[in-house]
Design a binder for this molecule. Structure first.
Ligand code: 5GP
Length: 216
């Protein structure tokens, strides 16, 4: 009876992003990363960013490693972190659930490489701040272990960050000046629903389309 039922959640304040929008945003930024930094990973980026390497002129995939970092639920200030330096504080707020698999990275895993950290969203920046500080520690430890006469053979290791969405808000951690930062889109501080988090992708797309139509 009556017309089609109203869609749920249209006014819930969430911004719904579709797979297609992710693809387009990543593709646009890939061009910038290519011209400004000349390197890049993560699955969709990799599609845009195959690069020619080696004497045979073949296009090769860039290796991707997954790291898992989880933010502790925040209940105001995490106990006992008030007097700590930023880096120590981050360590108390983020848990490592997965880290680099050095066994697949060869015998000089990080030193001298160009490493792009990829995430979907930069919210408070806590997670990215932690990832950078932990990677820098690993890079330094590996560099320190190199024989003295080999150290000069390596170009400086370069770190960069790519996020699809950067929320425009006050950040709780900062990114060091020597780490390049690329964001696909700067967005307001709203919760984003990503397509891969949805059980019903068709409904997600439908609500996303409706929200767009209503200018939400
Ligand atoms: P941050 O450390 O920058 O506060 O948060 C990073 C992590 O929190 C992200 O990698 C993501 O897992 C989660 N997160 C933050 N904001 C959002 C959001 O709007 N939508 C979703 N789905 N996850 C978010």
């Amino acid at each position: 009876m009556g017309g089609p039922a109203a869609l749920p959640n249209v006014h819930d304040g969430h911004k719904r992003i579709t797979y297609e929008e992710m693809h387009v945003t990543i593709g646009k930024t890939a061009q910038r990363i290519k011209s400004e930094f000349d390197f890049f990973p993560a699955r969709v980026l990799r599609t845009f960013l195959k690069r020619v390497s080696g004497a045979d002129g073949k296009r090769r995939n860039i290796p991707i490693q997954a790291i898992g970092l989880s933010l502790y639920e925040e209940v105001g200030e995490v106990d006992g972190t008030a007097g700590l330096a930023q880096e120590e504080k981050l360590g108390k707020e983020v848990i490592r659930t997965q880290w680099l698999d050095f066994s697949t990275l060869g015998n000089r895993p990080l030193v001298g490489r160009r490493i792009l950290i990829v995430d979907e969203v930069d919210d408070s920046r806590t997670t990215l701040g932690y990832a950078v500080s932990e990677l820098k520690k690993d890079i330094q430890a590996q560099f320190d272990k190199l024989p003295e006469d080999k150290k000069a053979d390596f170009p400086p290791t370069k770190l960069a960050i790519f996020v699809v969405h950067n929320k425009l808000k006050e950040k709780r951690a900062s990114i060091p000046d020597d780490v390049a930062y690329f964001a696909g889109d700067d967005i307001p501080d709203v919760w984003v629903d990503y397509p891969w988090e949805q059980e019903d992708i068709l409904l997600h797309n439908e609500v996303a389309a409706k929200q767009k139509e209503l200018g939400l």
